[in-house]
Design a protein around this ligand. Sequence first.
Ligand code: SF4
Ligand code: SF4
Length: 155
Amino acid sequence: MADNLQPFWQRKRLSEMNAGEWESLCDGCAKCCLQKLHDEDDPEETVYYTELACDLLDLGTCRCSDYTNRHARVPSCVWLTLDDLDEFHWLPATCAYRRLAEGRDLPDWHPLVTGRADSTREAGYAVTGRARHVASLDEADWPEHIAEWPLEESP
Ligand code: SF4
Ligand code: SF4
């Protein structure tokens, strides 16, 4: 009985969630819309985040400006599914999908916890104010824009 009082993300495994629940887990931080780099010779396959965001990202709201067509327009756009569960370790430590996959709970600033869509940005865990669009930069210059903040932990 008490279990039914728990929110769905505490009651259900990721594999048990319906499409709406799965989608609602995204906190809207937009860190997965940042360009990422890795060294092909690195056996650890370390992922380096940059401060460079996809050009379709609205840097103010952290929303995709063409969400419906995002995968057609940006082939590298991430589409998280259960099939990728083993690979969620490359996601930011704050990402709800990674947190739940690792057996952690959602943070207290997550919109599902606060009931407010803007709470991720308000808590400082979104890319707003820290990212810039990638369009004007040559890919060879991306390494100069590697950033630590996208990988910051959160309580
Ligand atoms: S990193 Fe995770 S929580 Fe943040 S926008 Fe991407 S999928 Fe959503
Ligand atoms: S297409 Fe949209 S959702 Fe995909 S990376 Fe770009 S801004 Fe993010």
